[in-house]
Design a binder for this molecule. Structure first.
Ligand code: HEM
Ligand code: NAG
Ligand code: NAG
Ligand code: NAG
Length: 375
């Protein structure tokens, strides 16, 4: 007993004295100083530790000020991350412009251009400091991680410099509980991704689920990406922030339910309105989304069906009841999705623009087979 207490005390002392924890911003918390762990496809924690040690310190302030200026950018980044990773792995293929670009396919039509531009702005700064050593795909993952950190529920307890001007005070002040850690939100990320040479093919992009999908479809398509029902449910929790157009949920207007009638009424009075996906706490990363589902207040069919299938209902209930489980599961599922690389980790580090492969001024005009050959 005494010795385990002593070890604990020494650990706490070391933590207090560690320069990374006491002096520097949280950006260099244990994440950076932990020994690199190599994962599948050559990804590792600390991949850029030598080639671009200041990477995370460059990314963070740009993302922080962008999200504090316009909270919606956090939702924009999260959705870009999902749409980048899900079709064929996290390779920044979603950013490419030009012929056959994923951005021209229906699932991407409402991705936020300003959030895409933010990623390019970060790349310019990172490459100015480190040369072309960091991929756009890594920058998407890092910027998303940082945006999640800005909109997390417990921003009021942050020991860092985050301002709270755009967040509701009541939520910003919610006290942090014993055992809770900023690491719930500020998770460490495996890095070392390469950028694709071409866009993903359209059949991979059309695997992105539609908002009208039933639970079976969602479970199967996530399974095809090595994501379990728990990942599907936790990742759907990204809809705790962000907005949708009426056309994304107008399939529900005929439902005989109070919430669906309210959605329909609001859209008929203003067809161009943007609907909050979390109707209770729309700009805070919290587990309110799951509580909403329990009350029948999920905006998409694909949200609401998660409580009516035995493979997912338990997860919705659990995440609604235990926000700490949501924080840690959301982090773990994002990190898992961030490592999805079905064709291996191949490609390049885009050095001219995140929107353009190195070899050409516009993306290749080759079709589906063109990509298959390069992957
Ligand atoms: C499970 C299946 C999913 C479906 C069917 C789905 C579908 C959609 C749709 C239709 C929209 C609104 C598009 C619009 O009307 O403009 C949307 C928005 C959004 N989705 Fe999902 N999504 C899913 C999963 C995810 C995942 C896994 C993430 C991220 C981890 C995510 C993050 C977001 C965010 C943040 C927004 C708001 C974007 C904004 O405000 O700009 N979604 N989703
Ligand atoms: C499209 O891309 C996916 C994922 O990379 C791949 O599995 C599939 O074979 C490709 N399909 C075609 C028609 O090239
Ligand atoms: C519909 O609009 C009203 C008035 O703006 C708003 O209070 C309400 O929350 C909206 N309903 C939904 C489901 O978003
Ligand atoms: C972000 C982005 O590039 N969105 C595009 C998606 O596709 C539509 C239709 O082609 C374009 O108008 C959008 O600009």
């Amino acid at each position: 007993m005494a010795s385990s207490r002593a070890i604990l005390a020494m650990g706490l002392l070391a933590a207090v004295l560690s320069p990374a924890l006491s002096k520097r911003s949280f950006i260099s918390m244990p994440a950076d100083v932990s020994s690199p762990v190599t994962l599948a496809n050559g990804l590792s924690y600390g991949y850029h530790a030598n080639s671009c040690p200041q990477l995370q310190d460059i990314v963070w302030p740009i993302v922080e000020s962008a999200v504090l200026g316009e909270v919606a950018i956090a939702a924009g980044l999260l959705r870009i991350f999902f749409h980048d990773c899900f079709p064929q792995g996290c390779d920044a293929s979603v950013l490419l412009t030009g012929p056959n670009s994923e951005r021209d396919l229906p699932p991407n039509q409402t991705l936020q251009p300003r959030a895409m531009q933010l990623i390019e702005d970060v790349r310019v700064k990172v490459h100015a400091a480190c040369g072309a050593t960091v991929s756009c795909a890594d920058i998407i993952a890092l910027a998303t991680r940082d945006a999640v950190f800005v909109v997390r529920a417990h921003v009021g307890r942050c020991s860092c410099t985050v301002q709270q001007k755009h967040l509701p005070t009541s939520l910003a002040k919610e006290p942090m509980q014993a055992g809770e850690s900023e690491m719930f939100y500020f998770y460490d990320l495996p890095l070392g991704r390469f950028d694709s040479l071409e866009p993903a093919n359209s059949s991979a992009v059309f695997d992105l689920p539609q908002s009208t999908a039933d639970a079976n479809t969602l479970i199967n398509v996530f399974k095809s990406r090595n994501l379990e029902p728990i990942d599907l449910v936790a990742l759907s929790g990204a809809h705790t922030v962000g907005k949708a157009q009426c056309s994304s949920f107008n399939n529900r207007f005929s439902e005989d339910a109070d919430f669906a009638r309210r959605l329909a009424a609001n859209c008929s009075s203003d067809p161009n309105r943007l609907q909050d996906l979390d109707v209770e706490t729309p700009i805070v990363l919290d587990n309110q989304y799951f509580k909403n589902l329990m009350e029948g207040k999920g905006v998409f069919t694909s949200d609401q069906v998660l409580i009516s299938d035995g493979r997912t209902d338990w997860a919705v209930k659990g995440l609604a009841e235990n926000k700490y489980w949501f924080y840690s599961q959301f982090r773990d599922s994002l990190v898992k999705l961030s490592q999805y690389q079905p064709g291996g980790n191949v490609g390049e580090i885009r050095r001219n623009s995140c929107f353009t492969p190195n070899g050409q001024s516009i993306p290749a005009t080759a079709g589906d087979e063109g990509f298959a050959a390069s992957a």
